[in-house]
Ligand binder design. Structure first.
Ligand code: MEV
Length: 358
């Protein structure tokens, strides 16, 4: 019998939905042959609406930003937040890199790695010569003793503008084999989504009425003190930020996992954004810091016509520029939510959109 994955599209569809004409016609309506190679067992596509953030100013450059979201009023809020905030300054350590971990319970891995650092870098680079030709490649090797039984080797890799998971995973496996050939026991190797090599910082300030200023600061303090509030505040940030990540064909789960891990780096999960008030000038000073490890080429981006169109719309020259837009969008989005929460409340915007849906 032919396996499901080896059947033709028509055979698969009829096996899954053949008994139900309505189901079948809905799946057929959203089928897109250009996307059918991205996943196994393709049956149809799940369209997520793209709304436009008309004007986002980052480092004094203005962008038209596509946000993919299923949530009503996110895009309206992003527009409002971006307009109120004006220019957002984004900085990051140069150059950004991606990270692969080799996990081991063999203590010998620490000394071996220190003694053979250059060989390890060479093994990594030889496993993916095309990235070296493009001016990237493995940069550094670090050893970590998680405790006296668990060890991790980090290899930092410059993947240029590629998302890089495939590149670093290929390198990680090659290095893991090198350890094994040298009688060092390895559990596995895999990319780490907590990438301190791609930490971006966005900041700006805004003049507000004193009452609003104080209330936003109080609300922000909850996000720094209380995990229950922090998770919701951060969700508001991600409404915008992850929407841009998704719209550009990037892996939003890895982005979100990295952001959450970074937000709990010191042991307590906190909001991504910190707020300070400058009472002399009635100003709120906002600042967000998270890893934003993305790509503008490679992976599924190349196979996704809408991701490519959205990247063209953004006119970004590099993955780092895209990361700056993502974090700035998050800042505008969370600010709009915080502002609404302490003024009109969040439901008025949501309800307006719900009326349009019903
Ligand atoms: C809703 O999607 C997002 C908010 O809950 C964010 C927040 O509470 O800051 C409004």
């Amino acid at each position: 019998m032919t396996k499901f994955r080896d059947k033709t599209y028509e055979e698969r569809l009829s096996e899954i939905a053949g008994q139900n004409k309505e189901l079948m016609s809905t799946y057929l309506k959203y089928v897109n042959s250009e996307l059918s190679n991205i996943t196994e067992n393709y049956i149809s596509s799940f369209p997520v609406p793209i709304g436009i953030l008309r004007e986002l100013k980052v480092n004094n450059k203005t962008y038209i930003v596509p946000i993919a979201t299923e949530e009503p009023s996110v895009v309206a809020a992003a527009n409002k937040g971006a307009k109120m905030l004006g220019n957002v300054t984004v900085t990051h350590e140069v150059p950004t890199y991606k990270l692969v971990q080799i996990l081991s319970t063999d203590k010998n891995i620490i000394d071996f790695t220190k003694n053979y650092e250059q060989e390890i870098i060479d093994v990594a680079n030889n496993s993916f010569p095309s990235i070296v030709q493009r001016g990237g490649g493995a940069l550094f090797v670090q050893t970590r003793e998680i405790n006296d039984q668990y060890f991790s080797i980090h290899i930092q890799v410059d993947t240029k503008d590629a998302m890089g998971a495939n590149i670093v995973n290929t390198m990680g496996e090659a290095v893991a084999n090198f350890y094994k050939e040298n009688k060092i026991d390895v559990v596995t190797s895999i990319v780490s989504n907590l990438n301190l090599g791609a930490v971006f910082k966005a900041s700006t300030q805004i003049k507000l009425d004193l009452d609003v200023l104080k209330k936003i600061k109080e609300l922000a303090d909850f996000g720094q003190l209380d995990i229950y509030r922090a998770s919701t505040e951060n969700k508001g940030f991600l409404n915008g930020a992850a929407g841009v990540v998704l719209a550009t064909g990037n892996d939003w789960r890895s982005f979100e996992a990295g952001a959450h891990a970074y937000a709990s780096l010191n042991g307590q999960y906190k909001s991504f954004t910190t707020y300070q008030i400058d009472l002399k000038n009635n100003q709120l000073v906002l600042s967000a810091e998270i890893p934003v490890s993305l790509g503008t080429v490679g992976g599924s981006i190349q196979s996704h016509p809408i991701a490519l169109a959205n990247l063209k719309l953004l006119k970004v020259q590099s993955a780092d520029e895209l990361s700056s837009i993502v974090i700035a969008t998050g800042l505008a989005q969370t600010f709009a939510a915080m502002y609404a929460l302490v003024t009109t409340g969040i439901q008025s915007g949501h309800m307006k959109m719900q009326k349009r849906l019903n």
